[in-house]
Write a new protein. Sequence first.
Length: 262
Amino acid sequence: MSRSSRHGELRGVARAFGRLVLPQECAGCGRPDRVLCRRCRALFGEPQRCEELTQHLAGSQDPPVAPLPTWALATYAGPVRHTVLAWKSGGRPDLTGPLTAEMARAATVVSPIESPTAPGPVLVVPAPSGAARRRAGRFVVGDLADAFGRAVAGVSDGPVAVVDLLRRRSGSGHLLGAAARSRDRAQAVRCQQRLSPGTVCLLVDDVVTTGATLAACRAALEESGAIVAAAFALAVTAPPGSGVIELSAVSKETQRTLRSVD
Ligand SMILES: [Zn+2]
């Protein structure tokens, strides 16, 4: 074998190895050699209130339910949607760093909204995932809650604890987006322990759609004695007619990933 062909072979091996250890493309837009390119990452902006965009968090008069102050960093569409789905599918664990870092930024709005009314820490509570996702080690909302909780502890006077308190009740596996189940939503999630009356909780989820999941989480925590002060998510589904343009330049591999988990 000539020296140049051996070099060519080594380069081929290095490229193949590089594909194993380096991201092949931006999870949002398919741009090569980036986990999440600057343009896609910039779509995660400042935390914005979004409860009014949802069916179940905006509050109601009959029965009287107060709105749940809810913040999201992005609109769940286009590259943001591709990114979150790629992460949740388990195919892109390299997104944990950037997405948890984005989630942590939401803590900047926390200090004005709550002051503990009970002894003990403020609790940061992740929305529950299905048992299968949990077993597969893909409890991404737990990762978001950990990062958010650390950031809240940095801006809070008192102690903060991240506690995985909530579980879906069996039979509610299709909770997300299931508007038809809304009448059952208060029973769809259970809290695993009683809490000191007045314990302040902050909820964390990955994506807010109708708000049914977070409303069920709130009901379960309140039933256990807590006060749910607010909720935080990476993204909120775009309201109808908002004219969000889907990005078309997504690679075939990303499209396959999306189809497998969407
Ligand atoms: Zn991108």
